[in-house]
Design a protein around this ligand. Structure first.
Ligand code: SAH
Length: 212
C-alpha cells in the first residue's frame, strides 16, 4: 500500500473512533507520518499505535494525537506550546492547521533531528527549543493552548500560568503505569477540568514528572 492510501485508512479509522473536528482530520490526512519514524518502521507508520523513535521515547498513537489536538480547540493563528517534541509529528499536525507552534524537547539529539525534519517537510515555522518543559516557555507566553506529550504526576504550574484566559492545556496525568487524559481550561475564576479517558505516555522528566 502506498503511504497516501495507508494514511487515508488511518484517517478513516480516526473518524470511526469519534474524531469530529474537520481541521484535525484534514491536517492528519496531510502530514506524512512515515517521515517521522525510522526507515525500517515506515510500513507501520499508519497503524494506530505508538512507535519507537530512539532514546527510549515514542511517537504518540495517531488517535491520541487527534484527540489531544481536537481537545485543545485552537484556531488558525493561535499559539500553542508543546512540551515533548519527540519526532515532531504532533507539532507538524498543529502547524498544518495554521497554528503557531513553540515546542520544547529536553533531549538535544531528538530536538535537532525534529528541527531538521520539520524544516525539510515545510514546517520550518515551528520553533523547536531544547530545554526543560516543566517551566513552560515564558518568552512566548501567553499561549492559546499547551499540549504536554509526556506523562506528569501533577499539573505543572508554570505552563498553566502561561495560558491566556480561555486557553486550554491537554495533558496525561497519573503514575508510571497509566494516566488519564485531562483538559484544563483556564477560566477567570480558576481551572476547569475535564477527564477524557485512560492513556499511556512516556514519562516527563523533572519536577512534575519523574527523576532524571
Ligand atoms: N509529541 C511527540 C511525542 C513525545 S514523546 C511526537 O509527536 O513524536 C515525549 C517526549 O518528551 C520525549 O521526546 C522526551 O524526550 C520529552 N521529554 C521528557 N521530559 C521532558 C522535559 N522535562 N522537557 C521537555 N521534554 C521532555
Amino acid at each position: 500500500m502506498t503511504p497516501d492510501a495507508a494514511r487515508e485508512r488511518m484517517v478513516d479509522l480516526l473518524v470511526q473512533r469519534g474524531i469530529r473536528d474537520d481541521r484535525v482530520i484534514r491536517a492528519m490526512s496531510r502530514v506524512a507520518r512515515h517521515e517521522f519514524v525510522d526507515q525500517r518502521l515506515q510500513a507501520e507508520a499508519y497503524s494506530d499505535g505508538p512507535l519507537p523513535i530512539g532514546h527510549g521515547q515514542t511517537i504518540s498513537q495517531p488517535y491520541i494525537v487527534a484527540l489531544m489536538t481536537e481537545a485543545l480547540g485552537v484556531r488558525a493563528g493561535g499559539k500553542v506550546l508543546e512540551i515533548g517534541t519527540g519526532s515532531g509529528y504532533q507539532a507538524a499536525v498543529l502547524a498544518e492547521m495554521g497554528v503557531e507552534v513553540v515546542s520544547i524537547e529536553h533531549n538535544d539529539s531528538l530536538a535537532s533531528v525534529a528541527r531538521r525534519r520539520l524544516r525539510g517537510l515545510g514546517y520550518g515555522a515551528v520553533a523547536v527549543l531544547c530545554g526543560d518543559g516543566n517551566d513552560g516557555w515564558p518568552p512566548e507566553a501567553p499561549y492559546d493552548g499547551v499540549l504536554i506529550a509526556a506523562a506528569v504526576r501533577e499539573v505543572p504550574r508554570a505552563p498553566y500560568q502561561q495560558l491566556r484566559q480561555g486557553g486550554r492545556m491537554v495533558l496525561p496525568i497519573g503514575d508510571e503505569e497509566g494516566q488519564e487524559l485531562v483538559v484544563i481550561e483556564r477560566e477567570a475564576d480558576g481551572p476547569r477540568e475535564e477527564y477524557m479517558g485512560p492513556c499511556r505516555f512516556v514519562k516527563l522528566l523533572g519536577r512534575h514528572g519523574w527523576a532524571k
